[in-house]
Design a protein around this ligand. Structure first.
Ligand SMILES: Cc1cc2nc3c(=O)[nH]c(=O)nc-3n(C[C@H](O)[C@H](O)[C@H](O)COP(=O)(O)OP(=O)(O)OC[C@H]3O[C@@H](n4cnc5c(N)ncnc54)[C@H](O)[C@@H]3O)c2cc1C
Length: 204
């Protein structure tokens, strides 16, 4: 990708993953390969709404192996001032957006002996990328993913298919809760914990 801190992109696919989450595939408008990124990275998506520019960060789920596109997942936020609703209502295949270069404020610590990944709801987006990176490096990990119910498990099927018994799913409608206090004891020294999800989950 030549120069510049921003990348004009075109939406090449949109998928309604759950009643509230859409996944967008973003390809560089110039046709050039998109930059590599490390798991946990996000891009800032700029949306032009008339004279108003909205800029929201979205985590990168993955990059096509040929570098042709990134995937992001956007939940439609209740009481939104605009960004997620704009993505859901105004962005479709062929739409043009601008994204920043990937930035990573939530990187994996590869020196860790084991990695416990915990995600709730849309918090799965950076965690998805982390699980892929750990798998590709043959590192030890487990993934705990909580969702409202089966319909809201945006990535559940895909994750189980790719990571098998390393994934454990929890459903709110079955009163299943991630018990970090039960997961953490007996892990090897040097285990790292990564959490992304709603405030209540992070507090717990
Ligand atoms: C590093 C990072 C990565 C992220 N990755 C993802 C991702 O992968 N997927 C994803 O869906 N989101 C992600 N987000 C969140 C995303 O950037 C947006 O915040 C989200 O889409 C909501 O944006 P919005 O413009 O629709 O909502 P906003 O209008 O910004 O509203 C956000 C919240 O503020 C409240 N609010 C709105 N208006 C008011 C008001 N007047 N007074 C008080 N409260 C108000 C709303 O109730 C809502 O809960 C990420 C955020 C960060 C920082």
């Amino acid at each position: 990708m030549s120069g510049g801190l921003e990348i004009p992109v075109r939406v090449v696919a949109v998928e309604q993953a759950t009643p509230t989450v859409r996944r967008f595939s973003l390809a560089s408008a110039s046709g050039e390969k998109l930059p590599l990124f490390s798991a946990g990275a996000h891009v800032v998506v700029s949306m032009q709404d008339g004279h108003h520019r909205i800029r929201n960060p979205y985590s990168l789920i993955d990059r096509a192996p040929d570098g042709s596109h990134y995937r992001i997942g956007v939940v439609r936020t209740p009481n939104s001032r605009g960004g997620s609703v704009f993505m859901h209502e105004r962005v479709g295949v062929g739409s043009e957006l601008v994204i920043s270069m990937p930035v990573n404020l939530f990187p994996l610590v590869h020196a860790g002996r084991k990695h416990i990944l915990v995600a709730g709801g849309i918090g799965i987006t950076p965690i998805y990328a982390m699980a892929e990176e750990l798998r590709s490096r043959s590192q030890r990990y487990e993934l705990h993913y909580a969702m409202r119910d089966e319909a809201h498990g945006a990535f559940a099927e895909e994750l189980v298919a790719r990571h098998g018994d390393k994934v454990r799913l929890y459903r709110d409608d079955r009163q299943e809760v991630i018990r970090v206090d039960e997961i953490l004891p007996n892990q090897p020294l040097g285990t790292h914990l990564y959490v992304c999800g709603p405030e209540g989950m992070i507090d717990a």
